[in-house]
Design a protein around this ligand. Structure first.
Ligand code: MLT
Length: 324
């Protein structure tokens, strides 16, 4: 009996300490681990939101770029961090879904993380260096067919958004692409502008500025509707490749067991950031779409995440994608 009472008292003390930590949270800067290179689409979104989350939570959000293995090194780091709300895992369809079907991971992406919030999504855009002769998607596909032994497609690694989109394009067209993996699509885009690689099937938000400045050429958006931010780019249907639809969604997670109050505070910071008119305008300019308000709860991300794993793993396994 004495042992039982002692154990019960210990549980009360630990619960009290956790509640106290949640009440004062955050009392120091929070680190968001971004799984790709600085300057790319994941980094840009995490910085934009983190900067605004500071207003709600009263602490700085520090971005740490942990690159390699298409983001799985970063997620692994987050999984092993203390469950105290000071380490947040930023990721997307690639890092938090596809990687589980490609790599032998030292963690379970559904069981070892707790969901915080679903973040904006964007379609992919097929872009090339300007030196290519092709001016339309049909011409590009014909050029890729003729040059498939040497034509190069930049990606952020096997399982990244740009890679899954490239594999999807191969599946629909029967083409074979020569992939060049980078630590993010920021360095891949630099090489596209410099002419070292031929194409990227990139997140629209990453390519937008270079498309507008004419340094790269855009052929088609992987969505059924044109982007408000770039209405001149045709949809894949309009450009002659029906069914080429893919939206890359993003999210935030914390290590499993992070107190619910802390998750709720992080969620409030992110939802307020997405509702801020200045942030919303910036997201819109980049071609990113904010999820509906009822999709912004931790529970909604949990359900969505599981559904995406169930949907994509069989497809990715069947495609036989191997780690690079
Ligand atoms: C990045 O930030 O570099 C991207 O999210 C990479 C990708 O998944 O294509």
């Amino acid at each position: 009996m004495r042992i039982l009472l002692g154990a019960a008292a210990a549980v009360v003390v630990i619960a009290g300490a956790i509640n106290a930590a949640a009440q004062t949270y955050p009392s120091k800067p929070v680190t968001i681990i971004v799984p790709f290179a600085a300057g790319g689409p994941s980094d840009a979104l995490a910085r934009l939101l983190g900067d605004r989350m500071k207003n709600t939570l009263g602490q700085t959000f520090v971005i740490e770029n942990v690159t390699g293995a298409a983001g799985s090194i970063a997620v692994s780091r987050a999984v092993r961090a203390p469950a105290d709300g000071y380490t947040v895992s930023f990721g997307h369809l690639g890092t938090h879904v596809a990687n589980g079907a490609i790599y032998s991971l030292p963690y379970d992406m559904l069981a070892d993380l707790d969901p915080v919030v679903l973040l904006p999504s964007n379609p992919m855009v097929v872009v090339s260096k300007t030196a290519l002769p092709a001016k339309t998607l049909k011409e590009l596909l014909a050029w890729l067919k003729t040059n498939q032994a040497t034509a190069t497609a930049g990606t952020a690694g096997a399982g990244s958004g740009s890679h899954i989109a490239g594999v999807y394009l191969e599946t629909l067209t029967g083409l074979r692409l020569q992939y060049v993996p980078y630590r993010g699509t920021a360095p891949a885009l630099n090489d596209l502008v410099g002419g070292q690689i031929d194409i990227i099937v990139d997140q629209a938000s990453n390519s937008m500025q270079q498309i507008r400045s004419g340094r790269i050429r855009a052929y088609a958006i992987t969505d059924s509707k044109r982007l408000k931010a770039a209405p001149e780019i045709p949809t894949a249907e309009e450009a002659g490749l029906p069914g080429f639809h893919m939206t890359l969604w993003n999210g935030l997670w914390v290590p499993k067991g992070t107190p619910k109050d802390i998750v709720a505070r992080l969620n409030a910071g992110a939802t307020e950031a997405m509702a801020d008119p200045a942030v919303a305008k910036r997201l819109n300019d980049l071609g990113l779409e904010v999820p509906a308000r009822d999709q912004q709860t931790p529970q909604a991300l949990g359900i969505w995440h599981k559904a995406e794993v169930d949907k994509w793993w069989p497809i990715i396994k069947k495609a036989g994608i191997k780690p690079e």
